[in-house]
Design a binder for this molecule. Structure first.
Ligand code: PAF
Length: 285
């Protein structure tokens, strides 16, 4: 496995493999791998000849007062995991390498980014689209792989790919959960053992909402309120939002008449966590 830290070397690696007709898949990450990342790598592996994983804690997507400095990092363990997953190259540039002095060009999606997490994290998605655009440009993958836990991020990246004609296929991989239902996330590292147990309420709330829809409820506000109330009953959790939206446009939904994304953000102890499910009105039982 190659460890690549410069843009120039990464471009050379991509060019070399593309000339030989090899298919490249990219899994962009901020490191501190958990089993969710492993599943992204495995899904990517099946679709390529060369698997590239990027590890870069992107300063641009963290707002003032957010957890950039404390974001968990563990390069040694990540490299061992990547090696075990038969990753061909890890691209781990420094901030100065990706954003050299004088960097002043940004990529911003202006509609989907305003929804859900947008208002609570100004500038976050601009940071994500900017870094993902750069990674796609440098690595030139046929397939880029993202997790469904970050459903808004995946929808925005999909829109950016469409709007800017990036020649890449987006693959979105299902959320991997702990035994108690908690969605795996690097930020779960911030939780104490008790908070980790209590954080299961987020998925339980989404499941409760799903059960309501299965039982015939179609009023999106009522479904979201049920999930919100369930979380509010948990002493260590506080809800930022629970919203039912169209899975692609992220526009709010009034009646649940087709597949609908029920997404939430909540604070559990020191961590801001997100999760989501798709509600299917036609599936009963
Ligand atoms: O989902 C993440 O880990 C990050 O937002 C990403 C896509 C690697 C961009 O920094």
């Amino acid at each position: 496995m190659k460890l690549i830290t410069t843009v120039r070397e990464m471009e050379r690696y991509a060019r070399h493999n593309l000339r030989r007709g090899r298919r490249i898949a990219l899994v962009p990450t901020m490191g501190c791998f958990h089993f969710g990342h492993v599943m992204l790598m495995r899904a990517a592996r099946r679709r390529c000849d060369r698997l590239v994983v990027s590890i870069f804690v992107n300063p641009l997507q963290f707002g003032r007062g957010e957890d950039f400095a404390s974001y968990p990092r563990n390069m040694r363990r990540d490299l061992a995991t990547a090696r075990a997953e038969r990753v061909n190259a890890v691209f781990a540039p420094s901030s100065d390498e990706l954003y050299p002095a004088g960097f002043s060009t940004f990529v911003e999606e202006e509609r989907l980014s305003r929804r859900l997490c947008g208002p609570g994290r100004p500038g976050h998605f601009r940071g994500v689209t900017t870094v993902v655009a750069k990674l796609l440009q440098i690595v030139r993958p046929h397939t880029a792989v993202f997790g469904r836990k970050d459903a808004q991020q995946a929808a925005i990246v999909r829109k950016m790919i469409l709007d800017l004609h990036f020649p890449v296929r987006l693959l979105v991989v299902p959320t991997v959960r702990e035994k108690n239902g908690l969605a795996m996330s690097s930020r779960n590292e911030y939780l104490s053992a008790r908070e980790r147990r209590e954080a299961a309420v987020l998925y339980a709330a989404l499941e409760e909402a799903r059960a309501l829809v299965r039982a015939g409820e179609r009023d999106a506000a009522k479904v979201a309120a049920a999930a919100r109330d369930r979380i509010a009953a948990c002493p260590v959790a506080s809800v930022e939002y629970v919203e039912a939206v169209h899975p692609e446009t992220l526009e709010p939904v009034g009646r649940i008449t087709g597949p609908t994304l029920l997404a939430l953000a909540a604070r559990v102890g020191p961590a801001r966590l997100i999760d989501n499910v798709i509600l299917h009105p036609r599936r009963r039982g």
